[in-house]
Ligand binder design. Sequence first.
Ligand SMILES: Cc1cc2nc3c(=O)[nH]c(=O)nc-3n(C[C@H](O)[C@H](O)[C@H](O)COP(=O)(O)OP(=O)(O)OC[C@H]3O[C@@H](n4cnc5c(N)ncnc54)[C@H](O)[C@@H]3O)c2cc1C
Length: 383
Amino acid sequence: MHDFVFPAVTLPDSAPALRQQVREFLQREKDAGSFTPRQNSWSDGDAAFSRKLGQAGYIGMVWPKAYGGHERTALERYVVMEELLAGGAPVGAHWVADRQSGNQILRHGSERARQLILPQIAAGECFFAIGMSEPDSGSDLAAVRTKAVKAEGGWKISGTKVWTSSAHRAHYLIALVRTAPKEDDRHAGMTQFIVDLKSSGLKLSPILNIYGAHDWNEVVFDECFVPDDMVVGEVGGGWNMVTSELAFERSGPDRFLSTYQLFLAAMDKLGDQPDARAVNEIGRFVAHLTTLRRMSTSVAGMLTEGKKPILEAALVKDIGTAFEREIPEVFRQLMPSEPSMEEDRVDFESLLGMGMLKAPGFTIRGGTREILRGMIAKGLGLR
Ligand SMILES: Cc1cc2nc3c(=O)[nH]c(=O)nc-3n(C[C@H](O)[C@H](O)[C@H](O)COP(=O)(O)OP(=O)(O)OC[C@H]3O[C@@H](n4cnc5c(N)ncnc54)[C@H](O)[C@@H]3O)c2cc1C
């Protein structure tokens, strides 16, 4: 049975000053009118804002300076990320590139890919999308059918990816595809490729979300050529790479702060004299938030030590996304009001309306809760 332990982590001495720096940066940007705080802000892109964050040194923070990074620690990065998210900053354009694609390229990419791409990501000028899901392969990723066939100097990819968030605004997509047929080990024969989204042989079509906005894309590959130096890691080693990256993808503050702006707006609206039921709910949310933050920083600490806390990260994501999903539901019942769908407004009614529409996706993206609970149950020896 897996021993679920979340050791306490002490944030570095530099954390308070760094936190203050980010808060001042956000205040200056707000005063200058460059953004209004929004919820789910890591899915909401603003290329100009990402460029400013790049200039401020808040992207690629842990990467080597040789690749445009800043050689800060993972916990320093954590402090900056939680401040940006809690402040509702529009960090979505570069989020995937900074959180996972860039890290994969740094660890497993070719030297050319590192030199070409990492400095652009760190400058806030290069954005990535994730190409994992397919029409018949979401939770069961090993069922992917998109395939790559060897060609002179590279590979030709054919097949279809779906639900690729923001691919229409991104420069590259990392696609998980099959490079060898499924045999006894269905996890073997899968490889990741960095696909330039301007390549020929690619067609993007919008998939609209529940409120009609263009969030996702279907990406159809028709013998799309990808050069050899855009293969990530070993050919056939894609599965291990994807699963070991999951701990980074699932454990950060982005997995519990998506409706934090709504929480703040609800407390403002409740004022100084909330009734007993509201007091109970707020107390419960604050207790959960404190615990989640403790668990999430603990996973960040384990990752810094080179451990692979995949099950701990699954637990953070399951509890974290349930928490951020519950906020609109509870405040909807506590303060009956007419939800609005005006995304640019930041009053309680608009945050509630948009929060209710966005929340169902929180427990699906990055692995559904049934899948996470299956992993956790296995870890506990229950199945
Ligand atoms: C907001 C959002 C953004 C997304 N962005 C991306 C992206 O950028 N790139 C990308 O590749 N994908 C993306 N996805 C897709 C997401 O990863 C998939 O939706 C998810 O993995 C589930 O796959 P599916 O939709 O095919 O559902 P299915 O796998 O068909 O699942 C349907 C239901 O069955 C349950 N289920 C499936 N298998 C099991 C099992 N073994 N045991 C118990 N229950 C099971 C699931 O939990 C779910 O409730 C995004 C999704 C959302 C909502």
